[in-house]
Design a protein around this ligand. Sequence first.
Ligand SMILES: Nc1ncnc2c1ncn2[C@@H]1O[C@H](COP(=O)(O)OP(=O)(O)OP(=O)(O)O)[C@@H](O)[C@H]1O
Length: 640
Amino acid sequence: MDTRVETHEFQAEARQLLRLMVHSIYSNKDVFLRELISNASDALDKLRLAHLTDSDLPADVSDLHIALEADRERRTLTVRDNGIGMTRDEVVGLIGTVAKSGTAELLRQLEESKDAAASQDLIGRFGVGFYSAFMVADRVTLLTRRAGEESGTRWESDGDGTYTVEQVGDAPQGTAVTVHLKPADAEDHLFDYTDPWKIREIVKRYSDFISWPIRMEAERPDGESGTRSETETLNSMKALWARPRSEVKDEEYHEFYKHLSHDWQDPLETVSLRAEGSFEYEALLFLPARAPLDLFSRDAVSGVQLYVKRVFIMDDCRELMPEYLRFVKGVVDAADLSLNISREILQQDRQIQLMRRRLVKKVLSTVKGLMTSDPERYRTFWDQFGRVVKEGIITDPDNQRAVLDIASFASTHDADEPVTLRAYVERMKDGQEDIYYSTGQSRSVLENSPHMEAFHAKGYEVLLLTDPVDEMWVESVREYDGKRLRPVNQGDTGLPAEDDGEDGEKARTERDRQESDFTPLLSWLREQLADEVKDVRLSSRLTSSPACLVGDAQDLPPSLERMYRAMGQEGPPVKRILELNPGHDLVTGLRRAHAERAGDPALRETAELLHGTALLAEGGGLNDPARFARLLADRLARTL
Ligand SMILES: Nc1ncnc2c1ncn2[C@@H]1O[C@H](COP(=O)(O)OP(=O)(O)OP(=O)(O)O)[C@@H](O)[C@H]1O
């Protein structure tokens, strides 16, 4: 057997995370034990499952448990499990590297944040699992043997950037992690983790629901002066989801959530559900208080675990929760599924589909409930997860209305208060028929776009939609409560015309006069800008800008056109309509100049500049920015 001790370097990201742990920025150091117990529990789950699916696996599953062994003299605490264990390569791959998505982003944010509390918070959200042992230890030893393998692996590190691995012959099946404790320092929240009282307290607080026995040998008084050693089981092992909600304390739910999610923060809301009858199941779900760093990463794991009759079957059961609710964590325990159920079967199982439907409805109705019972928590939820939930408007047509009901959007009404569609409809002005929205990159671009002028003038509220997903969902929603959703940059805004009474009469006459005055200019501009726009006409929507670009209802909106292009789908460019403000000096000046000297080549440049300005004002991009800049600079030079 190869007994050489090899020294390896931690991967760079792992080294950085370890350094953070060694210099412990996290004040609650007790949680290291929760993390090690959590890993041990997962390893026991995995072994049971492996044994269920392969009964030939040469592994002992007769007494699966976790043992805590404290040695006061040597100042060590060992967390031992007889679970699945790790091969040598797994030890190197899993412990020596951090493969978690979001690591680079986390490290960048940590680097930027000079504030200790903010750093704690970040690291807590990320969850560092095994590495948290280095908050309390100056050396950590791990001895492990994979179930079914002959020999084991010993791993050791003092957290300084390198670790050693060696092969060992006589390792028991499973994993034992021994932390060599730093001296206790109560001021630094570093307690004596060999003290049985402390250990009992931590297990009770953080790991009571773990479904495997957590055992400890403890000395008990025996007779007058002697003591005897006794094995205690420290946790009650009760599956939390099987207990009636009224009997479970919030803290117990919170600790369970942390075990499941590796989040170090309490959840925002707990959702429990029980179905009885022909198909029984229990579900305990959580809405996190914060979006994980990898919310938008492709390989982010979804957080619902599937159990069958209390037996863990799989993590990340995507069949139970749609992607737009991928941040929901929890457990679903079904009574009537086979323990051998595979992912392929899950995908087609009708009962799973029914469960999923019900879980989704329950999550959405819980959020809806929060909107009235606790608006502040609802707001936190929406700030964190709204961008993802909105994907459901497109991907879950059955629940489109329910998702729209819990959505809120920035609007022109109030810069700080988002609005729900219901509230929008309730405060619509007299005469307003439709719900108006504008999509784009930022609130300020949208608010200052020329398209908004008519709405400002009328005092109509406009939804300001700035998330990429907004461009998509607005295309799939026709109406809400009988009100059409309309973009402000469409040619036909549906705005009521001011045609009533004497003022209306005057306005109509004035427009007719303008139409005939401007006819020659408009037809000349149509020719000049034929490559860019499909029509040029007068506008009644502009108050202060000279021009803007609008589209027809059936045209692809420019934002979507850009998105498709970015995805490599080339199509013919979608031409829009240039609308001119007949009251603006630039437009009236151009009309005059055109009437006097139609052949002047400088006029063609003015037309180009006018079109470019309209594009810029809505936040769009110019086809030839350098040419635009040159034309503008020439003009400016002449004014000096
Ligand atoms: N006791 C153990 N038995 C078997 N494998 C283990 C054990 N402890 C850790 N591992 C393996 O090492 C991996 C990394 O553990 P670590 O605690 O760093 O991260 P994690 O549990 O995956 O997630 P988190 O960092 O969020 O806690 C685990 O996913 C598991 O595969």
